[in-house]
Ligand binder design. Sequence first.
Ligand code: FAD
Ligand code: FES
Length: 508
Amino acid sequence: MGNASDSAPAPDLAAGVPASTIPDGGILAGRVGDDSVLLFRRGDQIFAVGATCTHYGGPLAEGLVVGDTVRCPWHHACFSLRTGEDLRPPALSPVGSWEVVRDGDTVRVGAKRPEARREVRPPASPESVVIVGAGPAGLLAALTLRREGYGGPVTWVGAEATPPVDRPNLSKDYLAGKAPEDWIPLRPPEVYAELRIEPLVGLEATALDVRARRLTCVDGREIPYGALLLATGAEPVRLDVPGSGLPHVHTLRTLADSRAIVDLASKVKRAVVIGSSFIGLEVAASLRERGVEVHVASKDARPLERVMGPEVGDFVRGIHESHGVVFHFETTAASIDARAVTLTNGERLETELVVAGIGVRPRTRLAETAGLRVDRGVVVDAYLETSAPGVFAAGDIARYPDPRTGELVRIEHFVHAERQGQAAARNMLGRREPFRIPPFFWSQHYDVVLNYAGHAERWDEIRVDGSLAARDAKLTYVAGGKELAVLTVGRDRENLEAEAAWEREDGR
Ligand SMILES: Cc1cc2nc3c(=O)[nH]c(=O)nc-3n(C[C@H](O)[C@H](O)[C@H](O)COP(=O)(O)OP(=O)(O)OC[C@H]3O[C@@H](n4cnc5c(N)ncnc54)[C@H](O)[C@@H]3O)c2cc1C
Ligand code: FES
């Protein structure tokens, strides 16, 4: 696919362009009035859609066309070229779609189409649906049920104080002070009213009876269900050392957690982050952007080495050090008091703000007490159905068969949780579609974004193409001769291409 030239002025597509200027399988960027519009061509067919991804504004001209869809280069949202519909999260609303008029060799963009409303009748329709957990997996299940034509009652309970939030932002721009709080809700409140699915926030489900098909909540209410989704996510592992219960010691999962860290960050000179996980490092970066001095204590010899290998570990360490972060490797907190953290190597770091980013564990208690099959996550089949018929699980709690390796895996990524919520909802409605989308996540460290597609818990070899130092690299993680994952920096298209290639292979 050819990309739009940066230098030439964008052609006026309403006035018309020669068809020959749109390469087959390619794209032409232009404008219609004030809108940036892209023309895509597949053989004789030409489509016109909006140029800007509705997630965070990614440039679709730099994305990948797969069949009659286009995928966003930044976080892999997918839109229909025919209608502009947001087919895959993290985009939750469509891009514009325009009529295309052919007049001899001239292609002209005509009227903007009204937002497409699909008339769908689901193959099956449970008497009622209950969703447990108001995170991204629960949200996409709720949105998808209605979009797929389910008109029955949906009850949605969530223990968190808020409707679903943009969790990745809580350690990135929001924590750095670059995103206002009104960016944080994933959907505006009126959407829930329109869908007739209000999340009952602050309400914890306490028991699940899969024989009676009934969920019990902490306030005693009992909710019967025809189908149920467990999307209870994960919770941060907490430090367990003397002083770890002090009020200035935080973990980060919720908006309230992020607010509390922001509040303290404005009052302290130095923060200590325990753990060099993605969240720990993103917190370090965001606090540096707020001018706070940051020390990171990590049990490992390098950050991220176990998940991404030594090359990435050294690269990420270098980025943080160049921004003034001080690492303390192969050590962790031994104790904490009001003024300092004492590390296991004996160092004492003066601080009044401690953030622990030492991993999460899946919230499986409800599933365990219900007698579902649980093995370091709620075990589901390829349709995301648990060992109890009619009970599905999605997101951080679900352990599902990876089509690449056949192994059961549990993935802790935002976009993957959304996509599993979407897939589980479709399967509740009788679609019987195996979940085969490869995992994808991104992580941001100052101005460097790491994009990772696939899943490799171990590997025999990491093939490096390009240069991490030059911020132009693709690393491929290979096990048993099979490519399991890629990490890219500055090569978003190649990340999309790897994802699309695996989907083709795994879908056969
Ligand atoms: C700060 C931060 C930054 C992140 N950044 C990224 C990133 O850049 N990229 C990426 O891919 N991933 C990122 N992640 C991970 C990503 O957010 C998770 O993978 C994703 O949120 C998982 O979604 P989920 O719906 O499965 O669970 P969750 O988001 O954990 O939501 C589950 C919800 O269920 C509720 N719940 C639990 N038990 C019950 C119960 N018994 N009754 C009712 N409700 C219950 C919880 O309160 C919670 O609200 C980040 C996570 C955090 C915390
Ligand atoms: S900006 Fe397009 S998926 Fe995030």
